[in-house]
Design a protein around this ligand. Structure first.
Ligand code: C5P
Length: 252
């Protein structure tokens, strides 16, 4: 038996069960293609690019779970990386919880990464993992904001141009736009999800937010502009431009 202590095993959970309606009608967002390759495949590769990640759990749209399994079975990934596919739930938090339930007992660090951020660079993934290995219980990659942000009193009909009153202008220098993968010590994340009681966490849009609600410490590390979320049609154009630049730069 060796005395060398192994680093804690790290897994990535990819919630990919959303419909992605803001992208327009069509296939679930994770299965839309960028340069001919489904976004989900880019996202799985982005997680598997880290030497530290030995398991990727994909949470698929329930109706498309068999198709996603087939898609990922044929994917060439490093030998160290296993992929498991499970069906997702009604909202992001439920999908993440179903992914967490699929983790084997020896995983102690968990990344949660949106399929909708297919192009996150490996250095960002590693920076998040390193911060958890160094003792942080919840780590979020994030960037300063370019836009000033206003808090408003939301009004029905706003999307049709109905004016909304401004309530406050938070100090921009103190704000960060958060990305994924978010990294957690497993026990902290499981506890945070259990505390939602199976709900959507009152609209929590990220896992770190659930940890904050329990009073747990969350820290931010630098994110990356290429880790942006593909949400609207213009984001697809930007994502394909990033891929083209990578190919031109390094034959990616
Ligand atoms: O809706 P939003 O863009 O915030 O979704 C973020 C991520 O959560 C996406 O990758 C999406 O596929 C996933 N999701 C999920 N299950 C749902 C809804 C969203 O896995 N029911």
């Amino acid at each position: 038996m060796s005395n060398v202590s192994l680093p804690p095993r790290t897994a990535a959970v990819i919630p990919a069960a959303g419909r992605g309606l803001r992208l327009g009608p069509g296939a679930p967002k994770a299965l839309r293609t960028l340069n001919g390759t489904p976004m989900l495949v880019h996202a799985v590769r982005a997680m598997a690019a880290s030497n530290a990640v030995s398991l990727v759990v994909v949470v698929a749209p329930p109706d498309d779970t068999p198709a996603v399994r087939t898609l990922l079975t044929d994917l060439a990934l490093p030998d160290r990386t296993d992929v498991v596919v499970v069906p997702g739930g009604a909202n992001r938090q439920e999908s993440v919880r179903l992914g967490l339930e699929a983790l084997p007992g020896d995983v102690s660090i968990v990344l949660v990464h949106d399929a909708a951020r297919p192009l996150v660079p490996v250095d960002t993934v590693d920076a998040v993992i390193d911060a958890v290995r160094d003792g942080a219980r919840a780590v979020v990659p994030a960037l300063p904001l370019a836009d000033t942000v206003k808090e408003v009193e939301p009004r029905e009909g706003a999307e049709k141009g109905e004016p909304e009153p401004v309530v406050a202008t938070p100090e921009r220098a103190r704000l960060r736009a958060v990305q994924t993968p978010q990294g957690f010590d497993r026990e902290t994340l499981v506890r945070a999800h259990a505390a939602t009681g199976g709900s959507d966490g009152d609209g929590a849009t990220d896992c770190a937010g659930l940890v904050e609600r329990l009073g747990g410490p969350v820290v931010v590390v630098p994110g990356h502009e290429e880790a942006f979320k593909v949400t609207r049609p213009l984001d697809l154009v930007l994502a394909e431009a990033v891929l083209a630049r990578r190919r031109a730069n390094d034959g990616f």
